[in-house]
Design a protein around this ligand. Structure first.
Ligand SMILES: C[S@@+](CC[C@H](N)C(=O)[O-])C[C@H]1O[C@@H](n2cnc3c(N)ncnc32)[C@H](O)[C@@H]1O
Length: 198
């Protein structure tokens, strides 16, 4: 992503974070339990929001983002180990985690199908996958607009795609979605799933 993107990320996100996102993140993270994996932890925005009693591993492939997250890690209430890794190839054994967290990350992951296979593998059977993501609108006109804007948006915003169908991908990957909340007319979704392994 580059040094400047990483440095500007928190500044650019700050108005949205204060207005809405922080509350959404807090509510979502409160639902995590036991041993937690956060994928694409970025600058560590979630790190101070984890409640006590958890043990968190966080993977992030961008060295500049990871570097910034160290300050957040030091202020966290829980032990957090950070790794310079991608979601498509997770360095953990099968059935390791009780909860998996991803916030604003499936828009950027290069191969989301492969990443979901890895999430399924490292999450315990019955474990929870808790996501906060922006997605492609269901409305066909708005969805098409997102398709058109994505190539240039992706270049400016570190590979972020506006038109990812993350909810459908989760269903296709065999996760059982048990709660969805919509924000900003369905542009942002909180998606809670259970990992089933048959
Ligand atoms: C929009 S930022 C979100 C950061 C953070 N999760 C948040 O909520 O603020 C997207 C993050 O996904 C990371 N990312 C990109 N490709 C990834 C991959 N293949 N696996 C895991 N994370 C990835 C980026 O480096 C970046 O930190």
């Amino acid at each position: 992503m580059g040094k400047w993107f990483a440095r500007l990320y928190d500044v650019a996100m700050s108005p949205l974070e204060q207005f809405k996102f922080k509350k959404i993140r807090k509510r979502l993270l409160r639902k995590s339990e036991g041993r937690v994996l956060e994928i694409g932890s970025g600058t560590g925005t979630n790190f101070q929001l984890y409640r006590g009693g958890l043990q968190v591993d966080a993977i992030e492939p961008d060295p500049f983002m990871k570097e910034i997250s160290i300050k957040q890690k030091e202020k966290s209430k829980v032990p957090i180990r950070t790794y310079l890794e991608k979601a498509e190839s997770l360095p953990f054994a099968n059935d390791t985690f009780d909860s998996i967290i991803g916030t604003l990350v499936f828009c950027t992951i290069e191969d989301p199908g492969k990443a979901l296979k890895e999430v399924k593998r490292v999450c315990k059977p019955g474990g929870r996958v808790l996501l906060f993501e922006h997605v492609r609108f269901d409305n066909p006109v708005l969805g098409r607009l997102q398709d058109m804007c994505t190539p240039i948006w992706s270049k400016v915003c570190g590979g972020c795609r506006l038109n990812r169908n993350t909810r459908e991908r989760l269903k296709n990957a065999g996760f059982a979605i048990d709660n969805t909340e919509e924000y900003f007319k369905g542009l942002f979704l909180v998606i809670e799933c259970v990992n089933s392994k048959e």
